[in-house]
Design a protein around this ligand. Sequence first.
Ligand SMILES: *Cc1c(COP(=O)(O)O)cnc(C)c1O
Length: 424
Amino acid sequence: MNWLERDSESIWHPFTQLVNGFEHIMVEKAEGMYLHTSDGRKIMDAISSWWVNLHGHSHPKIAEAVAKQAQNLEHVIFAGFTHAPAIELAENLLSILPDNQSKIFYSDNGSTANEVALKMAFQYWYNKGNEERKKIIAFDGAYHGDTFGAMSVGDRGPFSAPFAPFLFDVEFLPMPENGNEDEVLQKFYQLVESGKVAGFIFEPLVLGSAGMKMYDGRFLDKLIRIAQDNHVICIADEVFTGFGRTGKHFASDYLANKPDVFCLSKGLTGGTMALGVTSCTEEIMSAYKSTDIMKTFFHGHSFTANPIACAASIASFKLLVAEETQSQIEKISQWQKEFHDKISSHPKVLKSRVLGTIFALELKTDADTSYVNEVRHKLYPFFLERNILLRPLGNVIYILPPYIIKKEEIDKVYEAVEEMLESL
Ligand SMILES: *Cc1c(COP(=O)(O)O)cnc(C)c1O
């Protein structure tokens, strides 16, 4: 049997339809912008491998940090023990997070970072003896991960339909768009003034999985102020938007009112391995400081603060804050904006949008804009045939490159998108 036959004998892949799907592509090596495949192709990774990669694949600095760490301390229980990589990374993150962030809690991925945030918020009120605040507010169309808590606060759509009866009750708020702001504000006021809301969770400025939907930061600022005036804990899920994607370190850097809790993952390790972070304010942690054992935060994973993952993150952090990377982020933001200006009036484009290094366009099709829009079955292979990895969300095509992409490389992606528009 060859590798692909062995794959289909033994492996179940994520987010993959098992019938009528595409054949998997065998990757033998990845370097910088490119995936080297077993059939001798070099595919440009224009979506940062599901939004995780920041500095290109197999970055030598990150590889070196991982190798060194693996030889010194690969892992140790994180209850009762600690280590330099976890401490150094926490200090690094707190140095770029808003000033109100005070403590770092480690977990394994973006979903668990959100689970931790939700549990922190619920138990904050539990520890304070408040039995009223049990509701969470979230946006329609939100995506916070695939575990049960994360699914509960996410869009009730195709991803979570089979599990709908098992998800906890959440108050969903319409996305602020085309003139519904007053209605959204009114509903929000009503909810937070009830005294029954524990927390408000949101993807700041960009709803990634919903199709890179963007909304006004000033409006979010208003919601956060209203929420905080009413003691509702504001949770920013920056799993996707963190680490420069929106042009600033965090999307919340565009806000005047700072969220109480941050969820980070994806780009945290530069896309090298899994690690999740939930940061919080001193105020939230203070509700857990008690001699009463029942007020302990009983949450942890076997691999909490894995030293190798922390070492990868520290190396990635150094690269991120370097001037070279910051100027690349600026350049990419400019290129994306220019392409947006050029393409937005194309007759096949329903809408296009840009924020920092994120560009997305909605194709005009007969069906509604959604993840299950059939056009993706044509788009995905169209780009792969041109050795470019783009993985449209239904009829939404987005370009989200690692920060090392060169002008001539991103131009190739733009040309392919234009060629695709002409071919429709
Ligand atoms: C990807 C994503 C998650 C889930 O992260 P995983 O590491 O895949 O569990 C959560 N929130 C947002 C905004 C995401 O984009």
